[in-house]
Each structure stands twice: as C-alpha cells, then as structure tokens.
Design a protein around this ligand. Structure first.
Ligand SMILES: Nc1nc2c(ncn2[C@@H]2O[C@H](COP(=O)(O)OP(=O)(O)OP(=O)(O)O)[C@@H](O)[C@H]2O)c(=O)[nH]1
Ligand SMILES: [Mg+2]
Length: 444
C-alpha cells in the first residue's frame, strides 16, 4: 500500500537531509517533487494543488521547530497536511448495548459491500455488541448465499427472505433484531456496474423505510479517482455518512484515500486491508499519514526522546563516560529513560528508514531489559559503583534477589566490562580501530 508514494516522498526528505537550512529554492524543488509524487499516486489534481500551496506556505513561514533539520521540518509539515486532508472530523460509528443501530452498505458492484458487512459485524461483536446482517441484495442469485456463508463462518445471524421485496426483508430483519435484542443491524444491498436510477430508487426506498443511523459508501481503492467520482455521485443522490475504502492491501496507489474526504466532504471511516474477516481497520488519519510517509513517525520519536531524556543529566553522563566513570547506577538510569519511551519494538519502528522495513509481526522482547534492570536493582549501591567487588558469593546473593541465573549475572558483568573498555577507547581517541569485527572508520 502506498509504497511508490512513500518511496518518492522519502527521496524528497533525503535530498533535504544534507541541507543546513530551508531556503526558498530547496523548498521549491521539494514542492515540485512532492507534487509529482502525489499526482503519480493518483491524487485529485486540485487537491494536490491546494496541498502544495499549504505546505509551501508553512515551510516558508518557518512556523516549525528550530531544533528540527530541514528534512524533518518538511516531514512534519507534510505529515500534518496529510492528516488535515484525511481529517474525519471525529467521525465514529457509535454503538450501544441497549439500543439498535442500523447500518446500510451501498456502492458499486464488487466494491466489497458484502465482505464489509461481515467484517464490520465481526469487529463490533468483539466490542461486546450483538450484530445481525440482512441480505437485501435480491438481484444477484448468489448474493444471499454469500452473506449466509459469511454469517455462518463468524456465527452471526443473517436475515433473508425468499422475496424480491427489500422492504419486506427489512421488516423481518427489524422484527428479528427487536426479538433478539440485537444492537447492530447491517443491511447489505445490491451493487451495479454503474449508477442507475433503478438501483438508486431502491436504495432510497430502503433508506426511507429503515431510517438507518449510518450509510456507508463502500469503494474499491484500486479504482482510484473513479472511486472518488462515484462517491460524489452517490453522495449527491443519497447523502451517505462515511466511506469504507476496501482493497488497500492491493497495489492501490493511495489516490482515493487521499482525495475522498476533500471531494465529498465525507470522512473515511474504515479501510479494508485484505480478504479475511479480520482485515478491517478503523481509519485513523494520523496513522495513515505516518504509513504514507513510510518512514516511521519521526516526529513522535523526537518528541518522545525529548520527553524522556533530561538534557542536563545527559551532559553529566557523557562526561562520566569520557572519564570512564560509568557505573551500574548510570546504566540503570539509561535503561529507565529508554523504558519511558515505550515498548522497544515501537521505538525501533519509529526509526526513519528502518521502521518500514521491519516485518509487521516482529516482536522485540522487552523482558530482556526488565531482566537486566532486575539484576542491577538487586545489587547494593556499593556494588553498582564498584562492580569489581562482585565476587562469587555476591553473585549468588544477587541471583537469589532477582530470580535470574548466576550465568545471566556473569554475562551482564562481562558485557558491562566490555562496554567500559569500548568507552575508554573512544575517550582515548582510538575509536573502533583494531577492535575485532568492527569496521575501521576514523573517529574524530
Ligand atoms: N484484497 C481484498 N479483497 C477484498 C477486500 N474487500 C473485499 N474484497 C474482495 O472483493 C471481492 C468482492 O467483494 P464483495 O464483498 O462480494 O463485493 P460486493 O460489493 O458485495 O459485490 P456485489 O454484491 O457484486 O455488488 C471479493 O472477492 C472479496 O473477497 C479487501 O479489503 N481486500
Ligand atoms: Mg455483495
């Protein structure tokens, strides 16, 4: 998803990296690149134009943190503009466990309506809601069966009738929902290849009859700007509440996701990211913007680092390192500031250029840090300041205190000594030269 757009934007930011500060010229060059990247991603050209005007205005206005580099400044602005572009105005599908919410899916043929019914039902059941689905696609012979099969798969009831009258089906569904005390009734409707009056009339009749709390327009992201044009037509005729954009897992270039809100004025509510029932996500503009930038959330990494590390304490520590007076007490403080930044894997994911390359299911064990912390906490203050006094019997005591093996304690002590040796080399100006396995680059 968005990989080509992400790559192009990444290139723009990389080109800015070497620059000391933002100038009119390097902003202009970057804007040209960003404009091309967005157009190639199939974003509506009027939206691209406005987007660039805004980003340029803000970059020239220098209303950004002085502490950021030019690349980071532009990332920050582009990130915020992307969020603005996809703003949901706080839209949320609100459900209640003592009230029935009626939802209607509309959209063209094959856009993913039936699948979205099942995905949505399953998502909300996880939140403790009792959903039901209604088969109101009476045209395609297999449509009712498709919904029934999905219903069976996830164990959610499907209401259907041997009738072509959607109003009649809707009435049975409303009755069934009332009887069963369901809280969420999801109506699947028929799709057509193109918008036609017959379909619109039927959807209108159903809308007027059931008075849905939400109408979702379901669009296929792969169809790009066509999806946006059709969305506009549907909205003019039917006034839907929000959009479900499906098939974002494919090689959709992203244009639809970035244009739909600005063109229709209606927010994206959910995105379909695969064929499985669990492949539906609530849409969050900030997460999507970060994904598009594909470089991890650089800014929140900067913010988190600033929050966690006290600059003065850092300076003191650096001095101690240089003098080779670094102790286990200092080490413990370091560990604790890293921990303040959040789970290790989320920190690593935020590192530019690395985050997007890591597999989504990668888990880094935070326990390793916790174990080290427990070992140090089981040392006396004297031991932390002078680890060389930690003899066999002290090791045994520490091991009992923290519940880790003596072997682990030995390993930590050895690693700590190695680390101190390295620091000594750096402070003596030898750098990593001559250390086995280290590249020979000059340290100055
Ligand atoms: N990869 C992927 N496939 C999807 C997604 N959503 C739906 N599909 C697939 O798209 C195809 C069409 O989905 P349906 O849910 O049948 O679409 P529909 O809008 O109900 O189609 P009609 O009833 O014919 O109008 C199916 O093969 C789905 O598995 C998605 O988010 N990602
Ligand atoms: Mg269908």
């Amino acid at each position: 998803m968005f990989s080509s757009l992400s790559e192009k934007l990444d290139k723009v930011f990389r080109n800015l990296k070497g620059k000391g500060y933002l100038t009119e010229q390097n902003i202009k060059d970057s804007m040209r690149e960003i404009r091309l990247a967005l157009l190639e991603a199939d974003v509506n050209f009027k939206i691209v134009k406005n987007f660039i005007v805004e980003v340029e205005k803000r970059a020239l206005g220098q209303e950004v943190m002085k502490s950021l580099s030019p690349g980071q400044q532009v990332v920050k602005i582009v990130h915020e503009q992307l969020i603005d572009l996809m703003d949901t105005d706080g839209f949320e599908l609100k459900v209640y466990n003592n009230k029935l919410i009626k939802v209607m899916m509309v959209g063209l043929q094959g856009s993913g309506k039936t699948t979205a019914c099942a995905k949505l039902a399953s998502l909300y059941r996880k939140k403790g809601i009792k959903p039901m689905m209604v088969a109101c696609d009476v045209y395609r012979p297999a449509a009712i069966d498709q919904l029934k099969i999905l219903g069976k798969q996830i164990d959610i009831p499907v209401i259907s009738e041997d009738s072509k009258d959607v109003i009649k089906i809707a009435d049975s569904a409303l009755n069934a929902a009332f009887k069963d005390m369901s809280n969420l009734l999801i109506f699947d409707t028929a799709g057509r290849l193109h918008i036609d009056t017959e379909m619109m009339d039927e959807v209108h009749r159903l809308k007027n009859h059931i008075k849905p709390d939400y109408i979702f327009f379901v669009a296929d992201a792969m169809t790009g700007q066509d999806a946006v044009t059709v969305a506009k037509e549907f909205d003019d005729k039917l006034s839907f509440d929000a959009v479900i954009l499906t098939k974002l897992d494919g090689d959709a270039r992203g244009g639809a996701a970035l244009s739909i809100k600005a063109v229709t004025g209606k927010p994206l509510a959910f995105v379909g990211v695969g064929e499985k029932i669990s492949d539906l996500e609530i849409f969050y503009p900030d997460r999507m913007a970060s994904r598009i930038l594909g470089m991890g959330d650089v800014l929140s990494l900067i913010e988190k680092a600033e929050e966690a590390i006290d600059a003065e304490a850092e300076a003191k520590l650096a001095k101690k390192m240089l003098k080779n007076q670094f102790t286990f007490n200092d080490f413990l403080k370091q560990l604790q500031s890293i921990k303040k930044m959040g789970p290790l894997d989320s920190i690593i994911r935020m590192i530019p250029g690395l985050g997007s390359k890591l597999p989504a299911d990668l888990k880094i064990d935070d326990n390793a840090l916790k174990h080290v912390e427990a070992i140090i906490q089981s040392m006396t203050d004297k031991e932390r300041e002078n680890p060389q006094i930690i003899n066999g019997s002290r090791r045994l005591r520490i091991s009992k205190g923290c519940g880790r093996s003596v072997m682990e304690i030995n390993r930590l002590l050895r690693q700590f000594e190695d680390m101190k040796k390295m620091m000594k080399r750096f402070s003596s100006g030898k750098g990593m030269k001559g250390i086995k396995g280290m590249p020979d680059f000059p340290m100055d």
